[in-house]
Design a protein around this ligand. Structure first.
Ligand SMILES: NC(=O)c1ccc[n+]([C@@H]2O[C@H](COP(=O)([O-])OP(=O)(O)OC[C@H]3O[C@@H](n4cnc5c(N)ncnc54)[C@H](OP(=O)(O)O)[C@@H]3O)[C@@H](O)[C@H]2O)c1
Length: 299
C-alpha cells in the first residue's frame, strides 16, 4: 500500500517542493484545482480517492494553497477569506465525504506576536492582520469539518521555488553595498525542503494508523533569529560580508499589515507525537544552498 499525496497549491513554493518528493504526488496548480471553485475541489479529491482505492493505495491531501499576499489582504479581504477560509472548508468537506485525511498548512500569523516564549499549539490565537484572521478561520473550518485533519503551522518559509526573503536578500546583495533589515521581529526560518519531508512523514504516520493525537502541530526550523540575522546568514551563504546588513526597527520599515514581533512556534507537540525533529534553521539554510546551487541567486 503506497502513500499518495494530493497537493492543492502545487504551483507555490511549498507545493513545488512537495511535488518533488520521492513518492507519488499530484500537485495541481490553481488553474486545475481552484479552492474557490467547489466543483474543481470535489472532482480533484474524488479522482485522487478513486484512483488510490483502485490500486490499493492511500491518499492524503496536503493543502499548500493559500492567499499569501499579506499586505494586499488588508484591502482584498473578501478574496483572502474566500481562498484561506472558505476554500479549506470546501476542501475539508470533500475530504470528509471521500474518507481522505487532510493536512492543512497554516501560519505563525494566527498569533498576536507579543509572547516572550515559544507559542504552544494550544495558546490562544489573536491575529493582528487580515491574512492571520483568514488563516485562523481556515484552521477552524478544517477542524470543524468532520474530516480526519491536522493543522500544521509553520513560519518564515523559503525555498528555491517562488519568491521569498532569501531570494530578495540575494538580489539586494548583488545590487547594493549595504541594506537595512528589521532587527526587532523574531521568528524561525523554515526551508521548504525540510518542511515538505516533515509533512510527508506526518502523512505516512496518518496512513499507518499512528496519527498524532494533537490536531494542531507546529513545524519550523528550530531556533530563532531576526530578519536581520536571517539576512546576514544569507550573505554568509553567498560568501558576502554579513556586516553589510545594518539593523533597523519595525518602525523604520512600515508595512500595510502588522507583523508579529515574536512568532517562535514550540515544537513540543510535534516531538511528543514522535515526529522527526526539524534541524536548526541555520543548518537548514546551508543545506538549502547546497541542494540548489545558484537556486537563490538573482537571475
Ligand atoms: N511563505 C511563508 O513565509 C509562510 C509562512 C507561514 C505559513 N505559510 C503557509 O504555507 C503554505 C504554503 O505557502 P507558500 O509560501 O508555498 O505560498 P505561495 O508560494 O504563495 O503558494 C501558494 C499557492 O496557492 C495557490 N493559490 C492561491 N489561490 C488559490 C486558489 N483559489 N485555489 C488553489 N490554489 C490557490 C497559488 O497559486 P497562484 O499563484 O496560481 O494563485 C500558489 O501557487 C500556505 O498555507 C501559507 O499560508 C507560508
Amino acid at each position: 500500500m503506497a502513500l499518495v499525496l494530493l497537493v492543492p497549491g502545487g504551483g507555490g513554493q511549498l507545493g513545488r517542493e512537495l511535488a518533488g518528493l520521492d513518492l507519488e504526488v499530484h500537485a495541481p496548480g490553481s488553474a486545475d484545482l481552484d479552492l474557490t471553485n467547489a466543483g474543481s475541489v470535489i472532482e480533484a479529491v474524488s479522482t485522487a480517492a478513486d484512483s488510490a482505492r483502485a490500486r490499493g493505495d492511500s491518499v492524503v491531501a496536503v493543502n499548500a494553497a493559500a492567499y499569501t499576499a499579506v499586505d494586499k489582504a488588508e484591502t482584498d479581504r473578501a478574496r483572502a477569506f474566500a481562498v484561506n477560509a472558505d476554500g479549506p472548508r470546501v476542501l475539508a468537506a470533500a475530504c470528509s465525504s471521500r474518507g481522505v485525511p487532510l493536512i492543512h498548512v497554516s501560519t505563525d500569523y494566527v498569533f498576536p506576536g507579543d509572547a516572550d516564549r515559544p507559542y504552544e499549539v494550544d495558546d490562544a490565537p489573536g491575529p493582528r492582520s487580515v491574512y492571520g484572521l483568514t488563516k485562523l478561520a481556515g484552521e477552524e473550518a478544517v477542524l470543524g469539518s468532520g474530516a480526519r485533519s491536522w493543522i500544521v503551522r509553520t513560519a518564515w518559509v523559503y525555498g528555491a521555488f517562488g519568491s521569498n526573503f532569501v531570494k530578495t536578500m540575494a538580489r539586494l546583495e548583488a545590487s547594493r553595498e549595504t541594506l537595512s533589515v528589521v532587527d526587532d521581529q523574531v521568528g524561525s526560518p523554515t526551508w521548504t525542503g525540510d518542511l515538505a519531508r516533515a509533512l510527508a512523514a506526518l502523512a505516512a504516520r496518518v496512513v499507518e494508523g499512528d496519527a498524532p493525537a494533537s490536531k494542531v502541530l507546529h513545524c519550523t526550523g528550530t531556533g530563532s533569529t531576526t530578519w536581520a540575522g536571517f539576512a546576514r546568514a544569507v550573505f554568509e551563504e553567498l560568501g558576502a560580508d554579513p556586516s553589510r546588513v545594518k539593523s533597523c526597527g519595525t518602525a523604520d520599515y512600515p508595512t500595510t499589515a502588522a507583523r508579529p514581533a515574536y512568532s517562535v512556534l514550540s515544537d513540543r507537540a510535534w516531538l511528543e507525537a514522535g515526529l522527526p525533529a526539524m534541524r536548526p534553521w541555520r543548518e537548514a539554510l546551508t543545506a538549502a544552498f547546497k541542494a540548489h546551487p545558484g537556486g537563490f541567486s538573482p537571475a
